[in-house]
Design a protein around this ligand. Structure first.
Ligand code: GLC
Ligand code: MG
Length: 726
């Protein structure tokens, strides 16, 4: 029987990733900073709602662990359960302190590694990965490629539209690049959109206008699934009374508190256009007669402690209130938390007011849905999110929010007809439940996911015959690895190979299989195919300078970044030109991180001399001499041995669970140290020096039969070799 990595448990395991902001399951500090807002609510509520679905067994939401004395210690807890089967998992990556999302890019590779280690502890691989925003998309795409698990992505907001908006507003390209890191973000978004099996958007317009700006976009991968709201929190007042404390916190600003309330809730960021709202209200005295204005612009203690961009927005608001002399008509309370919001919407509805979203653009509009659920009609920008919401809910008006007079006109109209107002209020309450509950969201989500997983299973079945492990990668869960050189180790003895391969097949999922070779990837694959060796889980090729995985030959992206250190290929090639006894090997053996020569030993200077020559030129490289015939020049961090150490770290396996087998000089590095090493009987003389080394076993048998003898010697994976018995 094949012990494939499979889930006995039929229910789905969904891994969500949302890296930035402050995420916890209760008392979210929404509006505290630009990274903690709509998205953080969305991911927590989605995780909760998904976990409730009967077909879902487990949802883990991965985010960054933040251990910052200026913040609640909640964000430093590695695990937080919320509701059945849903958890927030916090993984530390980068600095301990809280940093804004634009600064997270250099630390995301670490998040990938930490996620792999986390999955190893779970003992089960997810069925789906769902990433949120470009930073998590970067992590999700890597995990999805490394593990063979389909990726779902939600952009929340995209770099290209934001960049062009800022450029259109007259800001300098170099300045916004410095602030927002668009180059990196957009490149990642392109890759993620290309790779994702499904992209979730909130509106139709988001697909056409925003994803449409990306080269890799294709509308057929996109699904419009409007966000849900936790409607249980947002509801009309009904027979209840308004909480007097909350009411007092608003009314202390107002001369005539009983008037209708125009309510606006958003983070203090430019896009939300609070400035336009104040101008609309400030320039219209009739409107000021009709209603008070209540602005909730995040939570603040001291405006001077806010981040710079938010400070600017807040200062502007206060200066404008003063300029229009709106004192007594505008409330701008400091400490309205997430918990207060439902009551605040109810207060505004109770006073027959309006919710106003004056944003310049609104892809999403979560607050509109909350307002609708509370029985509070709205005025919102004539843009993607609000257009869809209004078409579903019939509970307010759209306005051209780029003109303050248009905002003012819509607000006046919205407040003028009480009968219309009542119809709107009722419509909102009913229609939000129908279109924007999380249950409705999850229903649609699961339907699309079902299709996606069926397609994916078909693809896996097609590929099944060709590999030890089809589909999902076994790497995060294997307990041991066998890594063998190809030429003169794995290959050379048919009988031994015919015994080794079925053993590997039987242990697939428990024992991973890799090759480590001097050959290029292409030539390694063709050699293995020729000898009917199933494609391994890991390819270490070109003497350890390249790492790829599985059937798809997925490259390891972290490895080139790691070995690039001090590598100056062109200068090295130049420095080698006049050395006697060396000629360059064929072009296919010359790689980005490998220069290879054919050596004539009696004409060539000693390897040490070549090394000194390079050293004098301040060039750094490793020289690897093998079979008295080949000389390879590699980056100082690249070798078969270093590659194995990197893999051990990346996949969370101790070195002593690696059994490595080889026969020649370019294998020596991976044979020493903590790994269990086997030198096959037919080895070349360069390896004699390893005799007597700890954990280096010299087999009598040659080629694959030598590997089997080594497995037996170490009792590796419980191996017992019948053919070794006399
Ligand atoms: C393989 C490679 C060659 C390399 C040699 C020794 O034969 O094709 O480029 O020099 O191994 O590592
Ligand atoms: Mg060899």
């Amino acid at each position: 029987m094949n012990s494939q990595v499979s889930n006995r448990d039929q229910s789905l395991y969904i891994l969500m990733i949302s890296v930035h902001g402050l995420i916890r399951s209760h008392d979210m500090e929404l509006g505290r900073d630009a990274d903690t807002g709509g998205q953080t609510t969305y991911v927590v509520e989605l995780a909760k709602a998904l976990a409730k679905h009967h077909a879902v067994g487990k949802v883990d939401l991965l985010t960054r662990l933040i251990d910052d004395p200026s913040l609640s210690s909640d964000y430093a807890q590695p695990e937080e359960s919320f509701g059945e089967g849903a958890r927030i998992i916090r993984l530390s990556c980068g600095p301990k302190k809280y940093i804004r999302k634009e600064m997270l890019w250099p630390h995301l590779d670490q998040m990938v590694d930490k996620s792999l280690h986390f999955l190893r502890q779970q003992g089960r691989l997810p069925d789906l990965i769902h990433s949120h925003y470009a930073d998590a998309g970067y992590v999700g795409k890597q995990l999805s490629t490394l593990l063979g698990i389909p990726l779902i992505h939600t952009g929340h907001s995209l770099g290209r539209p934001k960049q062009s908006r800022l450029l259109a507003s007259g800001r300098k390209e170099s300045a916004i690049e410095r602030q927002f890191n668009f180059g990196r973000r957009i490149a990642v978004e392109e890759e993620v959109i290309q790779h994702a099996s499904m992209v979730v958007t909130s509106t139709r317009q988001e697909i056409d206008e925003q994803y449409g700006m990306y080269q890799s976009h294709s509308a057929k991968n996109c699904s419009v699934i409007p966000p849900g709201t936790d409607t249980s929190r947002f509801s009309p007042l009904g027979r209840k009374k308004i909480n007097p404390q909350l009411q007092a916190r608003i009314d202390r600003f107002l001369h005539q508190p009983e008037k209708p309330i125009i309510l606006s809730i958003s983070r203090p960021v430019l896009r939300k256009n609070l400035k336009g709202l104040i101008a609309a209200y400030g320039e219209d005295t009739q409107l000021q007669e009709k209603a008070n204005l209540v602005i909730v612009a995040g939570v603040r203690e001291d405006i001077r402690d806010l981040e710079e961009s938010q400070q600017a927005v807040m200062n502007d608001i206060l200066l404008d209130i003063d300029r229009y002399d709106l004192w007594g008509k505008v409330a701008i309370p400091k400490h309205i938390t997430q918990e207060d919001l439902p009551e605040l919407y109810r207060l505004a509805a109770h006073r027959h007011g309006l919710f106003v979203n004056p944003a310049m653009t609104e892809p999403f509009g979560l607050t509109l849905i909350e307002a609708a659920a509370s029985g509070l009609p709205f005025v919102a920008p004539d843009d993607g999110g609000p257009r869809d919401i209004l078409a579903n809910c019939h509970n307010g008006l759209l306005a051209n929010t780029l003109e303050s007079t248009a905002i003012a006109a819509a607000m006046s109209q919205g407040l003028s007809d009480r009968k219309q107002w009542r119809t709107w209020a009722k419509n909102g309450i009913i229609n939000v439940k129908h279109h924007y509950s999380w249950d409705a969201h999850v229903e649609k989500y699961m339907k699309e996911v079902g299709q996606l997983l069926r397609r994916d299973r078909k693809r896996m079945r097609r590929q099944h015959a060709m590999a030890l492990n089809a589909g999902k990668s076994p790497m995060p869960l294997v307990k041991m690895m066998l890594i063998s050189d190809i030429d003169n180790t794995l290959i050379g003895d048919k009988k031994g190979l015919a015994e080794l391969i079925p053993w590997l097949r039987n242990n697939a999922g428990m024992i991973g299989f890799g090759v480590a070779t001097g050959r290029s990837l292409e030539s390694a694959v063709s050699m293995l195919k020729k000898h009917r060796v199933p494609l391994p889980d890991i390819f270490i090729t070109s003497v350890g300078s390249e790492i790829n995985y599985g059937l798809e030959l997925t490259p390891d992206l972290g490895w080139p970044n790691h070995i690039r250190h001090l590598w100056r290929r062109d200068d090295l090639a130049k420095a080698m030109i006049n050395i006697p006894g060396l000629v360059l090997q064929a072009q296919e053996n010359q790689r980005e991180f490998k220069l290879s020569y054919i050596a004539t030993p009696d004409q060539m200077p000693p390897v040490e001399d070549i090394y000194h020559h390079l050293h004098e030129l301040k060039l750094h490289a490793q020289l690897i001499y093998s079979h008295n015939e080949f000389l390879d020049i590699l980056p100082i961090r690249a070798s078969k041995g270093h590659a194995i150490r990197y893999l051990a770290y990346k996949w969370g396996l101790p070195l002593k669970s690696f059994l490595v087998a080889g026969d020649s000089g370019n294998d020596s590095e991976m044979l020493v140290g903590d790994t269990l090493a086997v030198v096959v009987g037919n080895h070349s003389s360069e390896l004699e020096f390893l005799r007597g080394h700890e954990q280096v076993y010299f087999a009598q048998h040659h080629y694959a039969a030598g590997i089997l003898e080594g497995l037996d010697h170490y009792g590796f994976g419980g191996f017992k070799a019948p053919s070794q018995e006399e």
